[in-house]
Ligand binder design. Structure first.
Ligand SMILES: [Zn+2]
Length: 408
């Protein structure tokens, strides 16, 4: 589908700069493995697995990585894979990480596709099957070009992205140790962007995600005699309303944050006032530090509102992922590379998203004692027609790795 530049997606891209042989080679080689990528994606799509249960997917990845002769590193987790490719070229000994997620969602697939899910109630509806295929494709391309770059490429197949706990677990399990990467690039398919386009954004790019549970304790009683009870349901209703003031009245209008109550639980009988009500929800923010502020405000609102109705309110808070902050310089490299390869019309900048996966620059200082630059870009899949979007991702990663991080 040509755009205003008259350039079709990658399968028809013409590389005009004859001198850039590495780029041409990569594009050609990426086209050659299209069948492999499709076959891998379909295999994973047929057998989707939920977070931290990705045993078959892990086995498949290990098998494919072993075939390439890459070194699989120990990881203190049941699922997930870390592998290292050593460059044989001369140049700086930098370590670059490439990350993909691998888990599926608890959704029943009704697409009728020949490679539809065979696991009832589980589906690769977020495209992580494609992410794994892409990273295996990048490993395959780069392993064939290892004499053309120096340093190392670390391939990180992360479990449980959907649970928002997989990145932390993988880091705690040692995925960033020995060798310690200086930079990591991640990618995710994105349905709001036209297929074939790459989306990049430096700085805060995806929101933090925390979850909360509000517990309101009152005194149960008969529905006909509310004056003898302390109704936690009424307190819960007012608490939900009062919470909405946290963003609209207490947060700077130029900040970006969301407080959502998504579950309410109280009582089972139509004529019995229960003794307790529960509210579950999530808070999303685009700035580090704001999470803590909102947590404090939420606690005050919960306790104060509950007390106003004679109940006792408490807040349980679980930190999931911090704000995803894309390193500006690394993101610029991804953007420039994508522009060089695809043409400027196929690179989109400037849109923030929520919620975020979890490769974040701020994790590294206390984990590793050195700084780690991260960047997560997205590629569009807003099209049913077959496109060359897979090539974009693979080649963005591969070319970036080759041209910026140690190609002699
Ligand atoms: Zn996802």
């Amino acid at each position: 589908m040509p755009d205003q530049c008259g350039v079709a997606p990658t399968h028809t891209i013409r590389i005009e700069r004859e001198k850039d042989m590495a780029l041409r080679d990569l594009l050609d080689q990426a086209r050659e493995i299209e069948g492999y990528l499709t076959e891998i994606r379909h295999r994973i799509h047929r057998n989707p697995e939920l977070g931290f249960q990705e045993t078959k997917t892990t086995a498949l990845i290990r098998e494919e990585i072993s075939r390439l002769g890459l070194e699989i590193q120990p990881l203190e987790l049941d699922t997930g894979v870390v592998a290292v490719l050593r460059g044989k070229g001369a140049g700086p000994e930098t370590v670059t990480g490439l990350r993909a997620d691998m888990d599926a969602l608890p959704i029943t697939e009704r697409t009728g596709l020949p490679y539809a899910s065979r696991n009832q109630g589980v589906m690769h509806a977020c495209g992580h099957d494609g992410h794994v295929a892409l990273l295996l494709g990048a490993a395959r391309l780069l392993s064939g070009l290892s004499d053309r770059f120096s340093g190392m490429v670390k391939f990180l197949f992360q479990p449980a992205e959907e649970l928002l706990t997989g990145a932390r677990a993988m880091i705690d399990a040692g995925c960033l140790r020995d060798p310690v990467p200086e930079r990591i690039i991640a990618a995710h398919g994105w349905p709001n962007i036209e297929a074939g386009k790459v989306g990049v954004l430096g700085g805060p790019a995806m929101a933090s995600a925390d979850k909360f549970l509000v517990r309101l304790k009152g005194r149960g009683g008969h529905g006909a005699y509310p004056h003898r009870a302390m109704d936690p349901v009424l307190a819960a209703a007012h608490t939900v309303t009062a919470m909405q003031g946290i963003i609209s009245r207490e947060t700077d209008a130029l900040e970006q944050a969301v407080v959502s109550v998504c579950t309410m639980e109280a009582g089972r009988a139509f004529n019995v006032i229960p003794g307790e009500a529960l509210l579950g929800g999530t808070v999303r923010c685009m700035r580090e530090g704001l999470q803590k502020d909102i947590r404090g405000r939420l606690e005050r609102v919960v306790k104060g509102t509950a007390a106003a109705f004679g109940c006792e309110g408490s807040l349980e808070w679980t930190e999931l992922v911090p704000v995803l902050v894309n390193d500006p310089e690394l993101t610029r490299t991804v953007e420039e590379t994508a522009r060089e390869m695809l043409g400027k019309c196929w690179v989109r900048t400037g849109s923030k998203n929520s919620p975020g996966p979890a490769w974040v620059r701020k994790i590294s200082p206390y984990t590793l004692g050195k700084s780690l630059a991260g960047s997560c870009f997205v590629w569009g899949w807003q099209c049913r027609a077959k496109t060359g979007s897979l090539f974009i991702t693979i080649n963005s990663i591969s070319q970036t790795a080759l041209s910026r991080w140690g190609r002699p």
